[in-house]
Design a protein around this ligand. Structure first.
Ligand SMILES: N[C@@H](CCC(=O)N[C@@H](CS)C(=O)NCC(=O)O)C(=O)O
Length: 210
C-alpha cells in the first residue's frame, strides 16, 4: 500500500503525519501552504482533491481521506497499534483522541478566528477570554494525569490522542501553563523518533516541552 500525507508545517496535520510514522507507514510527505500558490491548499489542483481546502489530507493508494481523527482511527485500527481493539481501554483512547480533536483544537481555532476577523482593538479582550478557556483545558489534562497516575492520556503507553495533544501544545506555547505531568508527556512524545522525523520534515522546532 502507498501512503501520502498533505500537511501544513506544525498544524493539526502534523499529528497525523507523526502517527503515520509511528505506525511505520512511511508516507510520502507533501508540506503545503495556506495560499493559492503552487504548493497551496487553496490552489485549484489541491481543491480538486480536497474541496475543503484544508489539511490533513491522507491518500492511500490514490484514495483521499479527510478529517484527522477519522484518518488516525482508520490507520491505527488497520495496523493494530495506538488505539486498543476493544473494551474500556479503547473507550478511553477514543475519548482522549476526540477531546484533542473536537474540544482542544476548536478552542485554539477561536484564537485564530479572532485574529483574522475582529478589529485589532478588540483582539486583546477576545484573546484573553479565548486563552483562559484553553488554559482550563490544559489544567483539566494535568488533573486527569494526576488522578490516573498514568504517564499518557489513556494509560502508561502512548495512544493516538497523545500525538494530537503534543502537536497542539506547540501552538503559541508561551501563552499557556502546562503542569509537570503534561510537560513530561509532551517531552516523551516529542522525543520519539516518529515525532522527531515529522518535525524535521516540516521544519518545525518543538518548544512546548522546554
Ligand atoms: N476537523 C478538521 C479540522 C482541520 C483543520 O482545521 N485544519 C486546519 C489546520 S490545523 C487548516 O487546514 N486550516 C486552513 C484552512 O482551513 O484554510 C480535522 O480534524 O481534520
Amino acid at each position: 500500500m502507498s501512503y501520502e500525507i498533505y500537511t501544513m508545517a506544525g498544524s493539526c496535520s502534523m499529528a497525523v503525519h507523526a502517527v503515520m510514522n509511528e505506525l511505520g507507514l512511511n508516507p510520502k510527505v507533501h508540506v503545503v501552504e495556506k495560499s493559492d500558490g503552487e504548493k497551496g491548499i487553496k490552489n485549484p489542483k489541491y481543491l480538486k482533491l480536497n474541496p475543503r481546502g484544508n489539511v490533513p489530507m491522507m491518500v492511500e493508494d490514490g484514495n483521499v481521506m479527510l478529517e484527522g481523527a477519522a484518518i488516525i482511527t482508520y490507520l491505527c485500527d488497520k495496523e493494530g497499534k495506538l488505539i486498543p481493539k476493544s473494551g474500556w481501554e479503547r473507550a478511553q483512547a477514543l475519548q482522549w483522541l476526540m477531546f484533542c480533536n473536537a474540544t482542544l483544537h476548536p478552542a485554539y481555532s477561536r484564537t485564530y478566528w479572532i485574529m483574522a476577523n475582529l478589529p485589532a482593538d478588540q483582539h486583546e479582550a477576545a484573546l484573553n477570554a479565548a486563552r483562559s478557556q484553553i488554559q482550563i483545558l490544559w489544567d483539566y489534562v494535568e488533573a486527569a494525569l494526576e488522578k490516573s497516575g498514568n504517564a499518557y492520556l489513556a494509560g502508561n503507553e502512548p495512544t493516538a490522542g497523545d500525538f494530537i495533544l503534543t502537536t497542539i501544545a506547540n501552538w503559541n506555547p508561551a501563552a499557556y501553563k502546562f503542569g509537570p505531568k503534561t510537560k513530561a508527556l509532551l517531552k516523551n512524545i516529542s522525543a520519539r523518533p516518529s515525532y522527531q522525523k515529522a518535525l524535521a520534515a516540516e521544519a518545525v522546532e518543538y518548544k512546548a516541552a522546554a
